[in-house]
Design a binder for this molecule. Structure first.
Ligand code: GDP
Ligand code: MG
Length: 156
C-alpha cells in the first residue's frame, strides 16, 4: 500500500461558489475537522493538502478555499491569476476538469435546485461530474473530491 510519505504529483484546485453554500465547511469535512453550525465568512484564502489514490498512484490536491463575497472579489481574482499560470504550464485551459457540488443535502426539504436542472447545467457547461453532498453528515464529500482527483489524472 502507498504511504503518506510517497511523493505525489500535485495539482492546484479551487473551490468556487457563492457565499454561504458551504465551501469552507466542505474543506473542513474533507480535512477531518468538525462541522461548525455557524461559521464566519472566509476572509483569508487558505488551502488544504489532500492525497488520493487513483489507479494505484498517489496524487495530491492542494485545494484552495475562496471567498465568494463580492467584497472579497479582488482576493478571488488573485487566486484565479495564480491558477492561470498553473494551467498554462501543465494543462490545456479548455479541459480543466470541473466537478460540480450541490451541498447541504441534509437540508433536502429546502432543496433549491432540482437534480434535472443540475444535470442540464452539467451538460451545458461541460462539467465532468455532479455530486450532492453534505458537509454536515460528510455524505459524498470524499467521493466528490476523489472523483475530481481521478479526472485530474485523466486530463492533466
Ligand atoms: P462558504 O461561504 O461557502 O464558505 O460557506 P460556509 O462553509 O461558511 O457555510 C455557510 C453556512 O452553511 C454555515 O452556517 C455552515 O454551517 C452551513 N453549512 C455548510 N455546509 C452545510 C451542510 O452541508 N449542511 C448544512 N445543514 N449546513 C451547512
Ligand atoms: Mg468560506
Amino acid at each position: 500500500p502507498l504511504t503518506d510519505n510517497d511523493t505525489a504529483a500535485t495539482y492546484k484546485v479551487l473551490v468556487l461558489g457563492d457565499a454561504t453554500v458551504g465551501k469552507t465547511a466542505l474543506l473542513r469535512c474533507l480535512n477531518g475537522q468538525n462541522f461548525i453550525g455557524k461559521t464566519r465568512p472566509t476572509v483569508a484564502v487558505d488551502f488544504i493538502r489532500k492525497k488520493f489514490e487513483v489507479d494505484g498512484a498517489l496524487i495530491q490536491l492542494n485545494i484552495w478555499d475562496t471567498a465568494g463575497q463580492e467584497r472579497f472579489m479582488s482576493m478571488t481574482r488573485q487566486s484565479y491569476r495564480n491558477v492561470k499560470c498553473v494551467i498554462n504550464t501543465s494543462c490545456d485551459y479548455e479541459s480543466v476538469p470541473i466537478v460540480m457540488i450541490g451541498n447541504k443535502l441534509d437540508l433536502s426539504e429546502s432543496r433549491t435546485v432540482t437534480i434535472s436542472e443540475a444535470k442540464k447545467f452539467t451538460k451545458k457547461e461541460m462539467v465532468f461530474d455532479f455530486f450532492e453532498t453534505s458537509a454536515k453528515s460528510s455524505e459524498n464529500v470524499y467521493t466528490a473530491f476523489h472523483k475530481l482527483a481521478y479526472h485530474v489524472t485523466e486530463i492533466c
